[in-house]
Design a protein around this ligand. Structure first.
Ligand code: SF4
Length: 455
């Protein structure tokens, strides 16, 4: 089963599928060259980006991510400032340092190829890397797919059945199975998730890592609340979080502030940091990375009994809900539209918030379900292929919605007609029916009416 640490990963902005995933894929490729002992023989390396990665890659930082990944950089540790400067140098003709050690001439025009009109059949986000020797022979040739949330799979892994990986004490594939496990074993969702995590790590380490992740989320809100100026790109989108935060504080001091504006501005702060390529926690994607930190911060600041234990339970519960989507549908905007990113993050946050406020299993499921039900059909149409408009504001709206939905579920007894499993199935079907221009191609919706398509 997928770990909570697969769903919440420390990385960089602006996109989990278009920045984090491609960097991971490029790094995996050079690691493979290293592990098979052929790195020293490589004379040329070629990177091919297909489909959505080629169409919106420029605005999503894909090219910089691939170049740095080939040099061995990792999303969790790469310095966002260094990434930009180094990628620029490589585009201007600097030698590539393959795996951080082997200097290689890199011809940006010939060695990094964007196949804008070619989608690989397996997934919209395809990357193919080839390593060649001096006489042109191919040493290694591997295709990867960035399937959302920073997850990367080869062709073989994409086809592998998930059942092989079920080695935890409480495996589940559906919300119904998860709820049944909780009832039979008298456990909360967070406890089930924790006991599954103990297969890999001791409890104290799980707790430490989760609190560290929560800390990175909190730092991101603080940075986003201070950084003024414009986001990268040709649209000169202004960073709004600092000014909104100041106004809200003034309103609050005057006794006129609406506290529900706080989660909105927390989410905007994180999303602006993400759009600027800053340090971020993928939750469960970067495009939707503002929602869970915002609801968590709202819990810290406004819930009467907020505690570290509550934060750990929040993240474990959110992860359980997120992996239901990951296992049974998709968390990739390129596959199912924004319902799979902002919709999923809202569903995770709503269920988790309901849980830490003392919701029953039925109420938690209800909250998670309502949050997705009202994101069904949400398209992905980033203006200019940049994770800015509508993404930043959309995170703010979804954060507020998650809190309200949790509060609504708590007012009722949890009885509901549409189950979480049914809404997940519906989300997938809706995504499959969606035209590809609405799936992270920047060819439809606001991307078309407000800006020129990225291609
Ligand atoms: S519209 Fe939604 S899915 Fe598309 S890039 Fe923005 S946040 Fe991600």
């Amino acid at each position: 089963m997928i770990s909570v640490f697969d769903l919440f990963k420390i990385g960089i902005g602006p996109s989990s599928s278009h920045t984090v995933g491609p960097m991971v894929a490029a790094r995996r490729f050079v690691q493979q060259l290293q592990d098979s002992g052929v790195l020293a023989s490589v004379a040329r390396v070629e990177a091919n980006l297909y489909g959505s990665l080629a169409l919106t890659g420029a605005g999503h930082g894909t090219i910089a991510a691939v170049l740095l990944g080939l040099e061995g950089a990792e999303p969790a540790t790469v310095d966002p400032q260094h990434l930009q400067a180094r990628a620029q140098a490589l585009q201007l003709g600097a030698d590539l340092l393959l795996a951080g050690s082997k200097a290689l001439p890199f011809n940006f025009a010939c060695d990094l190829l964007l196949h804008r009109h070619q989608f690989l059949p397996q997934h919209a986000n395809g990357l193919r890397f080839r390593a060649l020797v001096a006489d042109g022979r191919v040493l290694a040739d591997e295709t990867y797919f960035s399937v959302g949330g920073g997850f990367v799979q080869t062709e073989a892994e994409l086809a592998a059945p998930l059942a092989d990986a079920l080695t935890v004490p409480y495996p589940f594939r559906s919300a119904a199975e998860l709820m049944a496990l909780c009832r039979v074993h008298n456990r909360t969702i967070a406890q089930i998730m924790l006991e599954n995590e103990l297969v890999h790590l001791p409890a104290a380490e799980v707790r430490r890592r989760l609190l560290a992740i929560a800390g990175v989320m909190q730092d991101c809100i603080a940075r986003g609340g201070q950084c003024e100026g414009e986001l990268p790109g040709d649209y000169h989108v202004r960073r709004r979080a600092p000014a909104i935060m100041k106004k809200l504080q003034m309103l609050q001091q005057a006794g006129r502030g609406d506290i529900m504006l706080w989660p909105m501005v927390y989410a905007i702060a994180v999303s602006e940091e993400n759009a600027a390529g800053g340090r971020i926690v993928t939750a469960p994607t970067n495009g939707a990375a503002g929602i869970i930190p915002a609801v968590l911060q709202y819990y810290r600041n406004f819930a009467p009994n907020a505690s570290d234990e509550g934060i750990v339970d929040f993240l474990l519960t959110a992860a359980a809900i997120g992996l239901l989507y990951k296992m049974n549908a998709s968390i990739s905007g390129a596959e199912v539209g924004c319902q799979g990113e902002v919709g999923v993050a809202c569903s995770m946050a709503a269920g988790a918030y309901c849980a830490v406020l003392g919701g029953t299993l039925a109420q938690i499921e209800n909250a998670a379900e309502i949050a997705m039900e009202h994101h069904l059909g949400l398209t992905c149409d980033p203006v200019g292929g940049l994770v800015q408009v509508p993404c930043v504001e959309r995170n703010g709206v979804a954060a507020e919605k998650a809190i309200k939905v949790a509060q609504l579920a708590l007012l009722e007894n949890g009885e509901h007609l549409v189950s979480l499993d049914k809404v997940i199935e519906t989300m997938l079907r809706t995504g499959q029916d969606m035209q590809h221009s609405y799936k992270e191609t920047a060819l439809g919706g606001l991307a078309l009416t407000v800006g020129l398509p990225a291609c």
